[in-house]
Design a protein around this ligand. Structure first.
Ligand SMILES: [Zn+2]
Length: 378
């Protein structure tokens, strides 16, 4: 899709930018944090709450939805949006990462990947073309190409082999995507993001980025980072990618979700983020706040009347005390998971909004420093 992404403002000192992505289900203002609905639900958060916290785009997963409930369900219901009663755009991960991290008996060939389901051991075979078809059945707004992910640290030979396959598969996915969507009304057409691999080898990352830029996909997903490498290696690899991508298309860093990592990546020009940690940690009683992480079960909160974060405007912070949340958590009440999940998601959505405003005002560096000074442990 041409002109589907507009950079509205650029920061003066850094590569941070404020943009807007037009999808077939509405606008997404970037930088954006996308809550993760792996199984067609953001864990412990209702659709009404997702709307209230300002969710503009959500993430789901081809591998999980294909295995359960299975694609015939989406065909019957007219797609995941109708099935889960969600209005806004959904980005689906191709499943490459889950095949590598969850499934058993994986065998990758040039044509695709054989694997056994992590649920019942049944055998399956994903190809780049099939994964495009699956995302058509799911009916998501942003599709991704099937990729080969390697665990870091990976040898150069393994990283190179994974990259070669990922490039070939992206080419095949693009051809199939174009055939499938060519005759669609442009306003209804989904978008295709290519996944950039290359492990921690900056020359491979640069090569992967250039290849994906030439392929003419609608956006770029940076995969295979934040999977075991050091922070320094992660940022060097990301920088190598960003230097070799065109500036007129959105860039999505897959699975990155700590506030400090998001600030650092937006500084390099990344636009989109998702992560399961804000909701997973919430279920373990950990809240993100503007003055750092907070563990709600800790003793000092027993009689604390203040909200989780005095600067937050979410339903949890507007209504409830740390003492109440601490009590709920210790009593094993599911409302604790619900409220802290809502808060953590709203916190990250508010952070990306602050980044957007700072990029527009040309004050990104100062805003990032102010955040880090208050957030990171002294
Ligand atoms: Zn809150």
């Amino acid at each position: 899709m041409e002109h589907h992404f507009k950079v509205l403002h650029k920061d003066t000192e850094t590569a941070a930018r404020a943009g807007v992505l037009t999808t077939n289900r509405g606008l997404v203002h970037t930088p954006v944090f996308m809550p993760v609905a792996t199984q067609g639900t953001v864990k412990a958060v209702t659709e009404r709450d997702l709307v209230e916290i300002g969710t503009e785009c959500m993430l789901s997963n081809t591998y999980h939805l294909y295995l359960r409930p299975g694609l015939p369900t989406f065909e019957k219901f007219g797609g995941l949006n109708n099935f889960m009663k969600h209005e806004g755009p959904i980005l689906t991960d191709s499943g490459g990462f889950q095949v590598y991290s969850l499934s058993r008996l994986r065998k990758i060939t040039d044509s695709g990947v054989h694997f056994a389901s992590h649920i019942d051991g049944s055998p399956h075979f994903f190809t780049p073309e099939k994964v495009i078809d699956y995302q058509a059945s799911i009916g998501s707004s942003i599709w991704t190409c099937l990729d080969v992910c390697v665990k870091n640290p990976a040898s150069r030979a393994d990283a190179l082999d994974a990259l070669k396959k990922t490039k070939k598969w992206a080419e095949r996915a693009k051809v199939h995507f174009d055939e499938k969507t060519r005759h669609m009304d442009p306003a209804k057409r989904p978008q295709l993001f290519g996944i950039i691999q290359g492990s921690i080898y900056t020359d491979l990352r640069a090569e992967a980025a250039k290849h994906m830029a030439e392929l003419g996909v609608d956006g770029f997903a940076v995969g295979g980072l934040s999977v075991g490498e050091s922070k320094a290696q992660m940022m060097e690899s990301l920088a190598a990618v960003m230097e070799n991508l065109p500036k007129n298309k959105p860039v999505y860093f897959m699975g990155l979700g700590t506030p400090e990592d998001i600030w650092n990546s937006v500084e390099l020009g990344v636009d989109m983020f998702d992560c399961v940690l804000p909701t997973r940690n919430a279920r373990n009683g950990q809240a993100l706040t503007s003055t750092g992480k907070l563990y709600i079960k800790n003793a000092p909160f027993k009689n604390d009347e203040s909200p989780l974060d005095a600067e937050c405007d979410c339903i949890c912070c507007r209504n409830y005390s740390k003492a109440y949340l601490s009590h709920l958590f210790k009593a094993g009440e599911i409302l604790a998971s619900q409220l802290i999940s809502i808060h953590n998601l709203r916190f990250l959505i508010n952070q990306t909004k602050a980044m957007r405003l700072a990029a527009a005002a040309g004050t990104f560096k100062q805003a990032k420093k102010a955040f880090m000074d208050a957030y990171l442990p002294k």
